[in-house]
Design a protein around this ligand. Structure first.
Ligand SMILES: C[S@@+](CC[C@H](N)C(=O)[O-])C[C@H]1O[C@@H](n2cnc3c(N)ncnc32)[C@H](O)[C@@H]1O
Length: 470
């Protein structure tokens, strides 16, 4: 089906086709590709394009919509008015267009719709039913899923619902599930580009088969001289290898990725262990009875002297984790993260360690300034080949602190109904395709096991720290 679609909507000579990949269905190189080569080119008249803020200028968006209608047939005037108007935001307008195509399209746009994931295959949070969200084993994700679903229900009732929505004459969505489907498609498959100074949002057939990678080997852009949206190779790509792009979501935690795309990144650098400096932590750290980091900082800013030391020595922690390395314990987090962007499990484990380090930030003391040596004391000690000695009382406090934080990890893990091992066994028995578990349950297990792996990594790091204390 993909080849049929590409034969009509993409320019001849493409070097990729849809196929099975380790990430699910994706784009696979059909030939050896050299760096800089065009992998796929889709003419602007063959994409769905809406201008994000029509009031700031919409000449490009109107031109593309005009060309689209000349090539693919006229759209109902009510829909056209809605697409070029500024009543709905870009997201809602693209969803309306998709819903209309789903009900009415023929030819290549029928193929396009048929190639899109079906409801039962969609794993974005919004598509989880209330009875399924418990599988995520995360109160945060559960409440986020409920919120997403209630927001989309509001949109459905107000706009798309065939019985009472403002656009009911277009007969867009018979039930809430239709609207959820369209919203998930727009969320997870649209591109944003600025063309002729106009920011537009696009659904681009064929190009929207590209999966996301932390270290992408392809990029996308609108190429004005070609009047086309293109995927290009950032490096040589072997025949049969997957071509991946970056979704530009490098700042998103796994919660954000589940919300927008329905997948998680193993070892997501933006995830944090939700350590708390609650009562137990505050007592152990002798921080004057403050219950959380924010109030500690506020109290410190207010000059309350009882704000004693953070609990963990940063240079010692780095050393215990094998992350110090350089003279004076200097550590470049950005460089360490950049060096761990691969697909391997070792890279994912490394990223979990870095995420742990960042989670511990509120508790660290003697943090070395970026790119420089640690504290003067640490620098002197490093020159002498050893960390500065700690008094027995200091050692005692460090041990108590790490024990308290380890306890928090263990408590969080114990509060989840299944273990890493059970989850991994479930995934292994499923064989990769979600055939037995179903797509959403499989993704829920993949998501919760990733949260547990981070907690395990944090627990192990703190235990290594405690063991290295002397
Ligand atoms: C733009 S589409 C990519 C094509 C999609 N795989 C398909 O079969 O239609 C985005 C969706 O692909 C999947 N995806 C993309 N990147 C992924 C990744 N790195 N890991 C797992 N799933 C991914 C997610 O389901 C996401 O919502």
């Amino acid at each position: 089906m993909y080849n049929q679609l590409a034969g009509v909507l993409a320019a001849p000579g493409g070097a990729v086709a849809a196929g099975p990949t380790p990430l699910g269905r994706g784009l696979v190189a059909t030939q050896q590709v050299t760096q800089g080569a065009t992998l796929l080119s889709v003419d602007w008249a063959n994409m769905l394009c809406v201008t994000d803020q029509p009031k700031l200028g919409d000449a490009f968006g109107r031109r593309v919509l005009g060309d689209w209608q000349m090539l693919h047939g006229r759209l109902p005037p009510l829909l056209v008015r809605y697409l070029v108007g500024d009543e709905g935001d870009w997201f809602v307008r693209l969803a309306a267009w998709l819903l209309w195509l789903r009900r009415n399209a023929q030819g290549p746009w029928r193929l396009y719709i048929d190639l899109l994931p079906r409801e039962e295959e969609i794993t974005t949070l919004m598509n989880y039913r209330p009875e399924e969200v418990g599988e995520l084993q995360s109160p945060l994700l559960e409440s986020r899923a409920a919120l997403e679903r209630s927001q989309i229900a509001g949109l459905h009732d107000r706009l798309f619902c065939t019985s009472g929505g403002e656009l009911r004459a277009l007969q867009l969505a018979a039930g809430l599930q239709d609207t959820v489907w369209a919203a998930c498609m727009v969320n997870s498959r649209s591109f944003s580009e600025t063309v002729e100074g106009e920011t537009v949002s696009l659904m681009v057939p064929c190009a929207d088969m590209a999966n996301h990678a932390l270290a992408p080997n392809a990029s996308y852009q609108f190429v004005a001289p070609a009047d086309a949206f293109q995927l290009q190779a950032l490096q040589d790509i072997a025949r049969g290898a997957e071509a991946c792009i970056s979704y530009g979501c490098t700042h998103k935690s796994n919660e954000g990725l589940m919300r927008d795309y329905g997948f998680v990144v193993p070892g997501n650098l933006n995830d944090r262990v939700p350590f708390s400096a609650g009562k137990q932590g505050a007592r152990l750290l002798a921080l004057g009875g403050c219950d959380d980091v924010a109030s500690q900082l506020a109290a410190r800013a207010a000059g309350l002297g009882a704000m004693a030391q953070p609990s963990i020595s940063a240079p010692r922690l780095l050393e215990a984790l094998g992350l110090g390395g350089e003279a004076g314990g200097s550590f470049d987090l950005t460089a360490a993260a950049a060096a761990a962007m691969g697909d391997s499990e070792a890279d994912a484990a490394r990223r979990r360690l870095l995420a742990t380090l960042m989670s511990l930030q509120p508790f660290l003391r003697d943090i070395p300034p970026a790119g420089s040596t640690a504290s003067a004391a640490a620098a002197a000690a490093a020159a002498a080949g050893a960390a500065p000695p700690l008094s027995e009382a200091e050692l005692q406090r460090e041990r108590q602190s790490s024990a308290a934080l380890v306890g928090q990890c263990q408590q969080l893990l114990a509060g989840m109904p299944t273990t890493v091992e059970t989850d991994e066994a479930l995934l292994a028995a499923d064989g990769g395709g979600g055939e037995r578990l179903g797509a959403r349950r499989r993704q829920a297990v993949a998501t919760r096991v990733e949260a547990k792996r981070l907690l395990r990594a944090a627990e192990a790091a703190l235990q290594a720290y405690a063991a290295a204390l002397r």
